[in-house]
Design a protein around this ligand. Structure first.
Ligand code: PLP
Length: 398
C-alpha cells in the first residue's frame, strides 16, 4: 500500500466533462483564437445591485463569522416566507437547511438517505452530477428514459418496470438541465403517486423554478396529494445570478433536515455568512430583477430555437424553461470530415470546437446520444454568431 492509494470513491466517481470542454476553450483563447462559448451553465448577468450592497454591508459590519449550522434564522424565516408566498407551501425554519449552493444540498441529501445496496432512479438525460451523487453514497443509479417530444417527461412504463425491493428513491429535475424540459403537473403527480405506492423518497431539484417561459411553475411539493416524502432542493444561483455566492437550501421532513444538518455540520460547519446576508436581501427585496432576467432569457430562447430549427436534419423541442436548448443532431452522426468519421456527440462537439470555434456540451455525457446542449445564457449576438458558425461547420461534413 502506498500513501497515494486513493479511496475507491475517487476511482468510482466520474470527472466533470463539462469542465473539460471549458478548459479546452480556455486553452484556445489563450492562443488568441476567437472562441464562442455556448457551454455556460450560469447567468451572464451580474448579481442585482441591491444584493451586492447587502453583501458589502455584511462585510463592513463584521458579519464575517460562522453562523448557525443550518443557516441564519433570519434567512430560514425568509425562505419559509418565500415558499409560502411564491410556492404556496407551509414550512417552518426547522424544516430548512441552508447550504453552500444547492449542489451541496443535493449531495448531502443523497449522503443522508442512500446506502450501499440501494437503487435510485435518475431520469435521462440527467444533470451529470445526479448519478455521481448516488454513486458517492455507495448506491446505484438506475437510468429511466424520457420522451424528447414531450418536454422529456418520464417513460412511466419503464419507470414502473425498474422499481424493485432495492429502489429507495428518485431524483427529479424540472425545469431540467440539460434539456430545458418542464414536466406537466400531471407527470409530477404520477411520479408522486408511484413513489407513495412503492414507499420511495423523491428528491426534487427545483433550481430553475423561476426560469419557466410557458405556463406557470408549480413545485412538486405543492402537487403532493399523496403525502409522499419529498425533499425539495432550491438555489439562489440561477434566479438571482448568484452562482459564485454559493447559497442553496433544502426543505422537507424535520428528521431528514436534522440528519442532513448533522452531516453538513461535520463537512463545512455552515454556509458562507456574507452569502447568507445577500440571500436575505435577494429573497425579501424587489423581485423585478428576476422578471427582467426571465424576459431576456425568453427572447434568447426564442431566437436560439428558431435558428436551431433551421439547421438541416436537426430536431429541437421548444424547451419550457431553464436556459438550455438540447437539439438532436443524430442526422450528422456517421458523416465524415477529412476522412475521419464522426460517430458520437463527443466527436461532433470536438469537431464543432475545432472547426466552428464554438464550445458546446455533448449529449452523450448526459445519457443522451446524438444530442448537444447549447446554453442561451449569452447575448443575442453571441447566439446568432455561434449558431451561424455551427451551421457552416455542419455543412462541411459529408
Ligand atoms: N441542479 C442543477 C440541475 C444545476 O444545473 C445546478 C447548477 O448548474 C445545480 C443544481 C447547482 O446549483 P448551485 O450549487 O449553484 O446552487
Amino acid at each position: 500500500m502506498s500513501a497515494l492509494d486513493f479511496s475507491d470513491r475517487v476511482t468510482r466517481v466520474k470527472p466533470s466533462f463539462t469542465l473539460e470542454m471549458t478548459s479546452r476553450a480556455a486553452d484556445l483563447r489563450s492562443k488568441g483564437i476567437d472562441v464562442i462559448n455556448l457551454s455556460v451553465g450560469e447567468p451572464d448577468f451580474n448579481t442585482p445591485e441591491h444584493i451586492i450592497q447587502a453583501g458589502k454591508e455584511a462585510m463592513d459590519k463584521g458579519f464575517t463569522k460562522y453562523t448557525a449550522g443550518p443557516g441564519m434564522i433570519e434567512l430560514r424565516q425568509a425562505i419559509c416566507k418565500k415558499l409560502s408566498v411564491e410556492n404556496g407551501l407551509t414550512f417552518t425554519p426547522d424544516q430548512v437547511l441552508v447550504s453552500n449552493g444547492e449542489k451541496q444540498s443535493l449531495y448531502t441529501a443523497c449522503q443522508a438517505l442512500f446506502d450501499k445496496g440501494d437503487e435510485v432512479i435518475v431520469f435521462s438525460p440527467y444533470w451529470v452530477s445526479f448519478p455521481e451523487f448516488v454513486r458517492l453514497a455507495d448506491a446505484e443509479p438506475i437510468i429511466v428514459s424520457t420522451d424528447p417530444n414531450n418536454q422529456f417527461e418520464p417513460n412511466f412504463n419503464e419507470l414502473v418496470s425498474k422499481i424493485n425491493s432495492k429502489t429507495k428513491g428518485m431524483i427529479i429535475n424540472s425545469p431540467s438541465n440539460p434539456t430545458g424540459g418542464v414536466w406537466s403537473s400531471g407527470a409530477i403527480d404520477k411520479i408522486l403517486e408511484i413513489s407513495k405506492k412503492n414507499n420511495l423518497i423523491v428528491i426534487s431539484d427545483e433550481c430553475y423554478e423561476k426560469l419557466v417561459f410557458n405556463g406557470q411553475y408549480i413545485s412538486a411539493e405543492k402537487l403532493n396529494n399523496y403525502n409522499t416524502e419529498v425533499v425539495t432542493c432550491m438555489s439562489l444561483s440561477k434566479t438571482y445570478a448568484m452562482t459564485g455566492w454559493r447559497v442553496g437550501y433544502t426543505v422537507g421532513n424535520k428528521n431528514i433536515i436534522r440528519a442532513m444538518s448533522k452531516l453538513q455540520g461535520q463537512a463545512t460547519s455552515c454556509a458562507n455568512s456574507i452569502g447568507q446576508k445577500a440571500a436575505i436581501a435577494a429573497l425579501t427585496g424587489d423581485q423585478k430583477c428576476v422578471e427582467s432576467m426571465r424576459n431576456k432569457y425568453k427572447e434568447r430562447r426564442d431566437l436560439m430555437i428558431r435558428l436551431l430549427k433551421e439547421i438541416q436534419g436537426a430536431k429541437c423541442m421548444i424547451p419550457g424553461g431553464a436556459f438550455y436548448a438540447f437539439p438532436d443532431f443524430s442526422y450528422y452522426l456517421g458523416k465524415n470530415y477529412n476522412g475521419e468519421k464522426i460517430n458520437d456527440s463527443f466527436k461532433l462537439c470536438d469537431y464543432i470546437l475545432d472547426v466552428a470555434r464554438v464550445v458546446s456540451v455533448p449529449g452523450d455525457g448526459f445519457g443522451a446520444p446524438g444530442h448537444i446542449r447549447f446554453s442561451y445564457a449569452v447575448s443575442k449576438d453571441t447566439i446568432r454568431e455561434g449558431v451561424d458558425r455551427v451551421v457552416k461547420a455542419l455543412s462541411e461534413l459529408n
